[in-house]
Design a protein around this ligand. Structure first.
Ligand code: FAD
Length: 412
């Protein structure tokens, strides 16, 4: 590196110490211990967000989904506890909220996705009260469980915003688990569950839709397609939806509501030169290298890649980013390739999961080698017991094994 006026410089700087940031740091440190690596992360807590659907259903405790950030940052990786404010890609620097400038040889951008609660009028005033819950934030999942277990009759609405969002299946996981809880308590017949989605179908990959439709019918859920939540009045218990593509609105009364907010790349990324026209970090979908700035790589929810935004995707992107970043430091051609793998364990009841797995273009794959459209106890064990362990002790340590996915013949 050349002489620089900046106080802090590292071989690799990672923006965000969530799933993507920790996974890349751990793998990189194992592969190249001599590299100086810094993670810029403002939060003192690291969250296993896939557990929050289970917290909202009383299956997992919130504490089980959280760890001290300092405990997951790999040894000999520097933690800069601040927020990145802006990027200067030509100078190969980032500026922090406190004004310091950090210089890098390679940058990995993975600050996740932004939850735009403000985009729903009245939501902030009532979230976490008046029966308005959301599994999409830490303390929200515990309140969701309070709402569900104390509910014994009335209208229960579950919303899903315009895509993309992280874990596109999570809005309907809340539907199934809540309904199954009410069924077991013998009160489901007194409840009118409604799933109001801005989408035009139940799930993005058609192969899994009939299995999910069966569960919707089983629980007696009314599905309203192309309805996007735009306002909520917690006192009056009314939710206003806009019919997608029109000016028309529908007001629906509720007794409890599970809200999923619209999402975008974080503002500091959207306002940077690093994004595409749609406002996402503009990386090559195969190499995960930035399309314009060769010293920058990205992964996770912030990227422009058309995969499902999941921790499962991060798990497959991280080794590609690490391989290609090392090659790029050595001036060699990049040969790591990401397939677009994403997975969604749809918890269709307490004890059973439809495990959706797919690549770019919705190409269906299977890692467990059975018909994964069928609700499975085995997949429930994976979701509730094995995945969390794989996350904390495999993925975040940089030692999870590569899993092979078999292409599924969807004509059968
Ligand atoms: P994150 O893990 O969100 O990390 C981003 C980090 O960047 C955060 O620590 C944040 O503090 C930090 N950051 C933000 N701004 C800045 C800044 N300015 N400067 C520096 N750092 C910053 N995935 C699955 O695979 N399976 C599931 O079943 C599943 N279920 C889910 C259920 C719910 C309710 C939710 C919310 C998510 C679920 N996910 C699931 C999705 C999964 O959690 C995310 O896709 C994954 O965490 C993305 O990793 P990431 O590193 O991109 O972002």
């Amino acid at each position: 590196m050349t002489d620089s006026p900046y106080a802090d410089r590292y071989s690799v700087v990672i923006v965000g110490g969530g799933s993507g940031g920790i996974c890349v740091a751990a793998r990189l440190k194992r592969a190249r211990p001599e590299l100086t690596i810094a993670i810029i992360e403002p939060s003192a807590t690291h969250a296993y967000q896939p557990g929050w659907t289970l917290v909202g259903a009383g299956v997992m405790s919130l504490a089980d989904t959280l760890r001290q950030e300092g405990g997951v940052i790999p040894r000999n990786v520097t933690w800069i506890r601040d927020r990145v404010r802006s990027f200067q890609p030509d100078a190969m620097t980032v500026t922090l909220d406190n004004g310091s400038v950090i210089e890098y040889r390679r940058l990995v951008v993975c600050p996740g996705i932004q939850l735009n609660w403000d985009a729903i009028k009245g939501l902030k005033e009532t979230l976490g009260r008046n029966g308005v819950a959301s599994n999409y934030y830490r303390d929200g999942a515990a309140y969701m469980w309070d709402c569900v277990r104390n509910f014994s009759g009335g209208k229960a609405i579950f919303t899903q915003p315009v895509m993309p969002i992280k874990c596109a299946g999570a809005p309907q996981k809340a539907v199934y688990l809540s309904c199954d809880h009410w069924r077991r308590e013998g009160v489901l017949h007194r409840i009118k569950p409604q799933f109001c989605t801005a989408g035009a179908k139940l799930f993005g990959v058609d192969y899994y839709v009939p299995s999910l439709q069966k569960m919707i019918d089983y629980y007696g859920v009314e599905v309203a397609y192309k309805e996007n939540l735009i306002a909520i009045d917690g006192q009056k218990k009314e939710a206003t939806f806009q019919i997608v593509g029109t000016e028309q609105t529908v007001v629906r009364p509720f007794d409890m509501i599970h809200v999923v907010p619209p999402q975008s790349a974080p503002d500091f990324v959207r306002n940077s030169p690093l994004v595409n026209e749609a406002g996402w970090l503009d990386v090559d979908p195969t190499t995960m290298q930035h399309k314009k700035y060769e010293t920058i790589f990205g992964l996770g929810d912030v990227t422009s890649t058309p995969n499902a935004k999941t921790a499962a995707a991060v798990r497959e992107q991280a080794p590609v980013v690490v391989d290609n970043l090392i090659k790029s430091l050595a001036g060699e051609p990049l040969d790591g390739a990401y397939s677009g793998y994403g997975a969604c364990p749809l918890t269709v009841s307490y004890g059973r999961v439809v495990l959706a797995e797919f690549l770019y273009g919705g190409k269906v794959v299977s890692s467990l080698h059975y018909d994964q459209r069928k609700p499975s106890r085995f997949a429930w064990t994976f979701k509730t017991q094995i995945f969390p362990r794989l996350y904390w002790y495999g993925m975040l340590k940089g030692i999870d094994p590569k899993v092979s996915h078999k292409i599924v013949d969807t004509t059968k």
